[in-house]
Write a new protein. Structure first.
Length: 131
């Protein structure tokens, strides 16, 4: 992808969306696990989907936060929040101890969302002060 295309694409918005999608997926999964097999669906219980969501979250977040850090605000707080969120997301996924595991996953998703929000806020602040 060209850098010009990436600059026009709001990756923080995509990152927030991916994190929300991941959180909703993890919250809805226990409720739907009982109903979907009766209907013949196995979509929400798919390991490939879970790894795909986590990989997409990592890829979009890494690019967005790197760009924000490198070209705009030079603050490490969004990166720290993002890394903490990813660690919690992975920890909760691999623990999968029922409700506590879901709580860890939800907390990780929240950290990632806050990291994107903070990055977006700082990038906008940089553009206002630079103008």
């Amino acid at each position: 992808m060209s850098d010009k295309f990436l600059r026009k694409l709001n990756l923080d918005a995509w990152g927030i969306g991916a994190s929300l999608l991941c959180a909703v997926h993890c919250a809805v999964l226990p409720l739907m696990m009982m109903l979907l097999p009766l209907m013949g669906f196995q979509l929400l219980e798919n390991e490939a989907l879970e790894y795909g969501l986590m990989g997409f979250t990592f890829l979009v977040g890494s690019i967005a936060l790197y760009r924000g850090y490198r070209y705009h605000h030079r603050q490490g707080k969004p990166l720290l929040l993002f890394i903490t969120g990813l660690v919690l997301l992975l920890l909760g996924h691999f623990l999968q101890t029922g409700l506590p595991g879901l709580g860890i996953i939800a907390t990780g998703a929240l950290f990632i969302i806050i990291a994107h929000w903070w990055n977006l806020r700082q990038c906008r602040h940089y553009h206002k002060t630079a103008a």
